[in-house]
Design a protein around this ligand. Structure first.
Ligand SMILES: *[C@@H]1O[C@H](CO)[C@@H](O)[C@H](O)[C@H]1NC(C)=O
Ligand SMILES: *[C@@H]1O[C@H](CO)[C@@H](O)[C@H](O)[C@H]1NC(C)=O
Ligand SMILES: *[C@@H]1O[C@H](CO)[C@@H](O)[C@H](O)[C@H]1NC(C)=O
Ligand SMILES: *[C@@H]1O[C@H](CO)[C@@H](O)[C@H](O)[C@H]1NC(C)=O
Length: 242
């Protein structure tokens, strides 16, 4: 080992180590603060959170075999250090920009990934609800690699019982997020729990159908796999908010 030239020893760090690059892009009119949660035992990316101003994008490299989720946070009031504060939607608790391994409070839209298993699996999930439109556009991979486009603002068509009201810089007092029926009512037929814990029994509801209509390739209820889970291999992924 000691006799190997240094560049051969370092090569894997610069090539094989990064399985994929996620590019997070904010196309919303307002700043979003994406949160990132890694799967069990997987490394934390960007310390779990960052700020993205309108039109800004940031590359987030991920190692081989990474799994985890990205979600948008809105209406945050981090202080001048940029670190301390809280968010109207998607808050991860602890008052921190960098979520450091904590998830966001639902309802939030999720972009979920499991890389190299052996394919990359990805989806947009509205199972816990929606706050901001999220799309996933793969590039440079092989296989099916379909884009997941969820660009509708579901907050505008959210049934009253599912609405989360709050303050938005552009609109004032408004619906800032939309709960799923499972989150709002916590009933087994909406959550596919208990005797409904079976795809034959747990079917779309009049509520989940509103989500499915707005975002046909996103998860609208827990057993929505057939039209909502996608695969690709060796790609990079653009994640667009709004
Ligand atoms: C969120 O931040 C605001 C402004 O700093 C503060 O007034 C409020 O108490 C905070 N809320 C929570 C739950 O920490
Ligand atoms: C690719 O995925 C889309 C969306 O799920 C599906 O309609 C299509 O049949 C798939 N194509 C192949 C070749 O698997
Ligand atoms: C999804 O969005 C991408 C990028 O905006 C676009 O190129 C693609 O045509 C869209 N796909 C569908 C099925 O709408
Ligand atoms: C969904 O159906 C339930 C009864 O099954 C009804 O109470 C509710 O108003 C309906 N909601 C919508 C948004 O249609």
């Amino acid at each position: 080992m000691a006799s190997y030239p240094l560049f051969l020893v370092l090569l894997p760090i610069f090539t094989g180590a990064n399985a994929a690059v996620f590019t997070l892009q904010n196309r919303c009119k307002e700043t979003v603060w994406p949160g990132i949660l890694s799967g069990s035992g997987k490394p934390l990316l960007m310390s779990g959170g960052l700020e993205l101003k309108p039109d800004q994008k940031t590359d987030v490299p991920a190692p081989t075999g990474w799994s985890g989720r990205f979600w948008p946070r809105t209406g945050c009031n981090f202080d001048q250090s940029g670190k301390q504060g809280n968010c109207t939607t998607g808050d991860c608790g602890g008052g921190l920009l960098e979520c450091g391994g904590t998830g966001g409070a639902p309802p939030v839209s999720l972009a979920e990934f499991t890389l190299d298993s052996p394919l990359d699996f990805y989806d947009v999930s509205l199972v816990d609800g929606f706050n901001v439109p999220v799309s996933i556009i793969p590039s440079g991979g092989s296989g099916n690699c379909s884009a997941v486009n969820c660009t509708s603002n579901l907050n505008l068509e959210c049934p009253e019982k599912l609405q989360v009201r709050g303050y938005d810089k552009s609109n004032g007092e408004t619906t800032v997020a939309c709960k799923s029926a499972c989150l709002a009512f916590n009933e087994p037929q909406y959550c596919c729990a208990g005797e409904f814990n079976n795809p034959e029994v747990c079917k779309p509801s009049n509520y989940s159908e509103i989500f499915k209509k707005a975002c046909p390739t996103s998860y609208s209820y827990p057993y929505d796999d057939a039209t909502s889970t996608f695969t690709c291999k060796g790609a990079n992924y653009l994640i667009i908010f709004c």
